[in-house]
Design a protein around this ligand. Structure first.
Ligand code: PGA
Length: 242
């Protein structure tokens, strides 16, 4: 294992440190393959990447991206779909080619075939960096606590904890989809480098369990202890128990 922990004062600063890693990667390889994430945590990073692209510091014209997950049943333009989130918070503001951005299809007619196809595409492209957030229950992507680590992109039923956590983005909790598609833990672990960004006091407990506890599918993110190139960037609040 090689896990580097970087502590920052604020969530904004954590985003800037993560942006430095992405910048270095894009300078090293113009056609890098980036695994991306949604949620509140990556927003400072995405704002920073947009700023650096506008200033000509980084260039996305040859970059390919693959997102971790998408809600089942939401159209790409649904206000809460992860495709729309990515358009609004990153893709629409940078010089990436639309055809180079990939998010699992929420409306797939044949979900099994979509998942297999998505997984194949990710593995063939080869993730240079996978960005991760972490859920309060230790999920990464939508890989919820389970009895095993799922290997491939697959459909999941969301836990009540995740549905409650994500209800803040919907009009009512009943509107939150109950299922989603996510890269598997195996898919995530194929990335050459993993960058986890975490912020806020509400993540202090799960960060303690993640970094001090055993590797177990009951805490899916714990698998990163087995990866050989991980950087965890957290603000003081999230890392207060480390
Ligand atoms: P958050 O979500 O960044 O909105 O806290 C993280 C996650 O659930 O993976």
């Amino acid at each position: 294992m090689s896990l580097k922990l970087i502590r920052t004062n604020t969530a904004e600063e954590a985003g800037a440190v993560a942006a430095d890693i992405f910048e270095e990667q894009l300078k090293k390889k113009k056609d890098s393959v980036l695994g991306l994430a949604t949620g509140s945590t990556p927003l400072p990073l995405y704002r920073e990447l947009i700023r650096r692209e506008k200033e000509g510091i980084i260039d996305f014209s040859e970059v390919k991206t693959f997102n971790l997950d998408e809600y089942k049943g939401l159209a790409p333009d649904h206000p809460q779909s992860y495709r729309r989130f990515m358009q609004e918070n990153l893709f629409d503001h940078i010089n990436i080619r639309p055809e180079n951005t990939h998010v699992p299809q929420g409306l797939a007619v044949d979900p099994t075939a979509m998942c297999i196809g998505y997984d194949d595409m990710v593995r063939q492209a080869g993730l240079d960096i996978q960005l991760l957030g972490i859920g309060h229950d230790g999920h990464i992507g939508f890989n919820e606590p389970d009895i095993c680590f799922p290997k491939f992109t697959h459909e999941v039923q969301l836990t009540s904890m995740t549905i409650e956590a994500n209800a803040r983005f919907f009009d009512s909790i009943d509107d939150v989809p109950k299922a989603a598609f996510t890269m598997g833990i195996g898919t995530i672990m194929t990335a050459k480098k993993i960058v986890m960004v975490v912020s806020g006091a509400d993540k202090a407990g799960i960060m303690f369990d993640l970094l001090h506890g055993p590797v177990t599918p009951q805490l899916p993110a714990s698998i990163i202890q087995f990866h050989n190139d991980v950087v965890v960037i957290g603000d003081h609040a999230a890392l207060s128990r480390i």
